[in-house]
Design a protein around this ligand. Structure first.
Ligand code: NAP
Length: 305
């Protein structure tokens, strides 16, 4: 049986380091890095994520502000607001929380954010720098995965890496990062044929699909490191009992909140893997920590520190 690979400890370490540096900057320069989050519409999950990011900023001494707009905002008005944030010296990082209402072009929004302030790393310039193996801001979730592997001294060079999910947010940039780290990468998606066979070639398997418990132990090569990025709501108590050998906490979650969070990988895959990230508590906490890291990085590189 493998080990559960928690992300919380590393996330805490990254945030503590950011906090120390922010404190030092405040002492030496009497200013702090700043992050602006833009929220359009009333998506409940987005409100929770943005609130969590703001609270983390506060804890680390980073200035933060949230710009909230109604879903029927004119896209040109959103663009003007992002441009104003680009022009404000106090703001080092800008993030526009996805998903945006359908009237907005996510590409246009990402392109409007100045690359120097693109803490989500999704601007074409940031993604281009990643492909070109040049320095720049990198997307937080894939960066968190790379940091997690590094923290465990898991070598990527020469390894078979299979990623399920080709989104711009996770799968594609992660494939580039793994390639840059000399892994042999296979990027899978909904049209991939014989997915379990392809996945079971992996020394490092990453599931980022958004399909609860889709990845069964059959997908996993014995001894593989498995990274579960998925975040899915499960409301079915019978399914919980099937998936978890000790379901009590999960069942209590459902009684309290109406759902429990599960990943894309069946927990039983722990028996075949050498390491598996839990959901919650695996990749999730690292995404926020790396956003803080990126905000500090943007502050420093804008001031050439
Ligand atoms: P997304 O944009 O919906 O992309 C999902 C990807 O999975 C697509 O490439 C899709 O293929 C592929 N896919 C879906 N069903 C599949 C199937 N049956 N077989 C093979 N591939 C399949 O999602 P995302 O934004 O990347 O997020 C993925 C998951 O990660 C979600 O649960 C999300 O909540 C979670 N997430 C977590 C964090 C974190 O911090 N932990 C951060 C970001 C996302 P096609 O391209 O062919 O449609």
């Amino acid at each position: 049986m493998g080990q559960w690979l928690e992300g919380r400890t590393l996330a805490k370490k990254i945030k503590e380091k950011v906090k120390e540096e922010v404190l030092q900057i405040k002492k030496e320069r009497n200013e702090v890095p700043g992050l602006a989050a833009v929220l359009v519409g009333d998506n409940k999950a987005s409100q929770v994520y943005v609130g969590m990011k703001q609270r983390t900023c506060e804890r680390l001494g980073i200035f933060s502000e949230i710009l909230k707009f109604k879903a029927d905002l004119d896209p040109a008005e959103l663009k003007r607001n992002i441009q104003q944030l680009n022009d404000r010296d106090q703001i080092d990082g800008i993030l526009v929380q996805e998903p945006l209402p359908s009237s907005f072009s996510s590409h246009e929004v990402a392109t409007t954010i100045q690359p120097e302030k693109d803490v989500d790393g999704l601007n074409p310039c940031s993604l281009g720098n990643l492909l070109r193996v040049e320095s720049g801001l990198r997307p937080c979730t894939p960066l968190g995965i790379m940091e997690l592997l590094k923290s465990q001294s898991i070598e990527i060079k020469g390894k078979e890496v299979v990623i399920i999910g080709r989104s711009l947010l996770v799968g594609k940039p992660l494939a580039a990062m793994m390639t840059n780290a000399h892994g042999t990468v296979t990027l899978c998606h909904s049209r991939t044929k014989t997915l379990p066979q392809v996945a079971s070639r992996a020394d490092i398997l990453v599931a980022a699909m958004g399909r609860g418990a889709f990845v069964t132990p059959d997908f996993v090569k014995k001894g593989a490191v498995v990274i579960d990025v998925g975040i899915n709501h499960l409301t079915d108590k019978e399914k919980v009992k099937e998936l978890f050998p000790d379901p009590e906490k999960r069942l209590a979650d459902i009684d309290k909140k109406g759902y429990t969070l599960i990943g894309d990988v069946m927990p039983a895959a722990i028996d075949k893997s050498s390491m598996l990230t839990p959901v919650p508590g695996g990749v999730g906490p690292l995404t926020v920590a790396l956003l803080m890291h990126n905000t500090l990085k943007a502050y420093k590189s804008r001031r050439m520190i």
